[in-house]
Design a protein around this ligand. Structure first.
Ligand code: ADP
Ligand code: 5GP
Length: 211
């Protein structure tokens, strides 16, 4: 932390006092990969193991799942509210995924970065590209399943999707994986969970030490 002098102007006075500000801004860490590959599970482990890291909570127009909580898993918005916030420039990035809107609220992200925290963005490839354009030093990590059967089992195991929805997610996974190679400098296979977590922690530490 650095000591800086901050001044507050009022109509008839100017008050200056010392405040503590972090000596560097946090980093944006984009975690993408097919639905069901284990992004949420991996992010939860990274938050426990890497100091000064927090998670961006996305906004979405999709229906809330039975076990999901407003403000913890997502901010669940109507399409009208999402569109109004999007028009107001309130999202860092947004995308339509599986027929629903998803977006990263800008204000909360900025708040976390200015306090020196690095922020995990668990978002799709379209959003990842937009985040990289806004933050060129973002750490871009793409998570791959060991194989398609494992991905099928994991999506099914979440118990949230119909068979049709599982098939849509599998075909989207193929499309997303094929375009991801150009935009993500790091790729991690989530086969053994512990090994995948270690690989991601190493990537984040190396990238953070390099700047
Ligand atoms: P995503 O956030 O990418 O949609 P989740 O984190 O919800 O995926 O994981 C989907 C399912 O796969 C969950 O049931 C989770 O426990 C399981 N899972 C995650 N990682 C692994 C792993 N390495 N091996 C086996 N199962 C896993
Ligand atoms: P799910 O409905 O399974 O929670 O998420 C579906 C997809 O939306 C996942 O690929 C996830 O990464 C993506 N997603 C979640 N939040 C965001 C976001 O804020 N922006 C973008 N672009 N994608 C998101």
């Amino acid at each position: 932390m650095l000591n800086r002098t901050a001044c507050v102007e009022a109509a008839d006075s100017r008050e200056c006092h010392e405040v503590k500000v972090p000596d560097k801004r946090g980093k944006v860490i984009v975690i993408s990969g097919p639905s069901g590959v284990g992004k949420g599970t991996l992010c939860a482990e990274i938050l426990k193991r890497v100091d000064d890291t927090c998670l961006s909570i996305s906004a979405t127009t999709r229906e809330r799942g039975a076990s999901e909580m407003e403000g913890k898993d997502y901010y669940f918005l109507t399409r009208e509210t999402f569109e109004a916030r999007r028009a107001g420039g309130l999202f860092l990035e947004w995308a339509e995924v599986f027929g629903n809107y998803y977006g990263t609220p800008k204000d909360k992200l900025n708040e976390m970065l200015t306090t020196g925290k690095s922020v995990l963005l668990e978002i799709d490839v379209q959003g990842g590209k937009q985040a990289k354009a806004a933050y060129p030093d973002a750490i871009m990590i793409f998570i791959l399943p060991p194989d398609e059967h494992a991905l099928y089992t994991r999506i099914q195991g979440r118990g949230r999707d119909s068979e049709d929805s599982v098939q849509v997610r599998l075909s989207e996974a193929r499309a997303e994986t094929s375009v991801a190679w150009d935009h993500y400098e790091h790729r991690v296979v989530n086969d053994d969970l512990e090994q995948a977590v270690h690989a991601i922690v190493r990537i984040i530490r190396a990238a953070s030490a390099a700047c």
